[in-house]
Design a protein around this ligand. Structure first.
Ligand code: UDP
Length: 411
């Protein structure tokens, strides 16, 4: 069946107002996967459009990222290669972050300090943030678990954080300084609106129990609909994949297309009848939901984590409790308007809105840092040159605007 791919003007993001002042921004991406990611990549897919949009808005952006990264920002790849098979390795993260910190400090010492460091790494930069001469804000990309909550509580005083959903904050430990809630961005212009769908359901993700490819299979079988599964089998996920997923693949009712990227991925999202999200974990965001909805594809999700926030029940998808309900929900997909799906993403998560929200966060964080440094300076000669750099950078920035407090508000 042929489909019409539309890029209707009124479903595109509005042009954003220019920024109040040009900032020097250091964006710190993780060292695992290049930006933008060639295939699977959560954080990298967030950093890529944000970097480009901040540059487009006139900021001077340096992106510290894995080798192979491309961006309209100045790219600094500090390690010898990307490490997609060693995600979470302390060796590579420490190496990457401390090299980036050295460059950030050197810039300050040379009289060209960054105004702000925006950190998207796992844990290292946040834990070392108080060693840096430049204000740092850390975006929380993961859920709070028993382990990470202890970590964040202990280091909370070192840097402010940005949450990616309100739901994520519900389980935040005490003491965190929350500079805002800013959703992950998507560049709506890169995704088409497709109103006429084909007859398949889609599941896209990592092959793990929490993401639920096996539950998507059960739901599709109950519904009597074809299912396409897409996503990598990452190291360590083989036993789950072999046990729960592989035996169900028949190339007809259940097809597995492996890891997808580029136009193929976009087409899969755009033409699907619905995206299935049978998650069983407090997923803090979930980019695949945005990617589906921006193409006008409804999402049928379990009401876990940020799915409760991103999917507007009955408008951009359906929230259901289990596989049986998910199957029954497929009969109600006709009531979901693809245009409203797209509009809800454009209004809330298009990169133009998200970049503006981050600009406000940068200004607020810098102003608070300046205030803290002034108070510290009043203590006397113990005030170090390093701290003075931080204060000067922050004061310059603070002089440019009067940021408003946005705590707790999704932009
Ligand atoms: N993805 C991809 N190819 C695949 C599977 C996933 O490009 O085969 C992308 C997907 O489009 C999304 C990201 O990987 O942009 C996954 O992000 P999400 O927030 O949904 O999940 P998580 O970060 O928890 O893995």
């Amino acid at each position: 069946m042929s489909v019409t791919i539309e890029t209707l003007h009124h479903h595109q993001a509005p042009a954003a107002a220019p920024p109040r002042r040009k900032l020097r921004i250091a964006l710190l991406a993780p060292p695992w996967i290049p930006v933008p990611p060639p295939g699977y990549g959560g954080i990298e897919a967030v950093v890529a459009p944000l970097a480009d949009e901040l540059v487009r808005r006139g900021h001077d952006v340096t992106l510290f990222a894995a080798p192979g990264s491309r961006s309209s920002a100045r790219v600094r790849a500090l390690l010898d290669r990307a490490h997609p098979d060693e995600i979470g390795s302390a060796l590579h993260e420490v190496d990457h972050v401390t090299r980036a910190f050295a460059e950030i400090d050197a810039a300050a010492e040379l009289g060209r300090p960054f105004d702000i460091v925006h950190d998207h790494c796992g844990f290292v930069a946040f834990a070392l943030a108080d060693r840096l001469a430049t204000p740092l804000v850390h975006t929380l990309h993961g859920p709070f678990t028993a382990q990470t909550s202890v970590f964040y509580e202990h280091h909370a005083h070192k840097a402010p954080v940005v949450a990616i959903s309100r739901t994520q904050l519900e389980s935040a430990p005490s003491g965190l300084r929350v500079a805002g809630v800013v959703p992950n961005p998507i560049d709506a212009d890169c995704w088409p609106l497709v109103r006429h769908k084909e007859d398949y359901l889609l599941w896209v993700g990592r092959m793990t129990e929490e993401k639920g490819p096996h539950r998507a299979i059960a739901a599709a079988r109950h519904a009597g609909m074809r299912l396409i599964l897409a996503g990598p089998v990452q190291p360590g996920q083989e036993p789950f994949f072999e046990r729960e997923v592989a035996p169900q693949i028949d190339g007809d009712r259940v097809t597995y297309v492996g890891e997808v990227a580029g136009e193929r991925k976009v087409n899969l999202f755009a033409r699907a009848r619905a995206l299935l999200m049978p998650i069983r974990w407090p997923e803090p965001f979930g980019m695949v939901m945005l990617e589906a909805m921006v193409c006008g594809t409804p999402v049928i999700a379990f009401p876990e984590g940020a799915a409760r926030e991103l999917v507007i029940d009955g408008v951009t998808g359906l929230l259901v409790d289990d596989e049986r309900e998910m199957a029954r929900a497929c009969e109600r997909l006709g009531g979901i308007d693809p245009i409203r799906c797209r509009q809800s993403v454009v209004d809330r998560c298009d990169v133009r809105c998200v970049a503006r929200s981050y600009e406000r966060v940068y200004l607020e964080v810098a102003a608070q840092a300046a205030h803290g440094r002034r108070a510290h300076a009043a203590l006397g000669p113990a005030w170090s040159e390093r701290s003075a750099h931080r204060a000067r950078a922050a004061e310059r920035l603070a002089a440019g605007g009067r940021p408003r407090s946005r705590l707790g508000a999704v932009q």
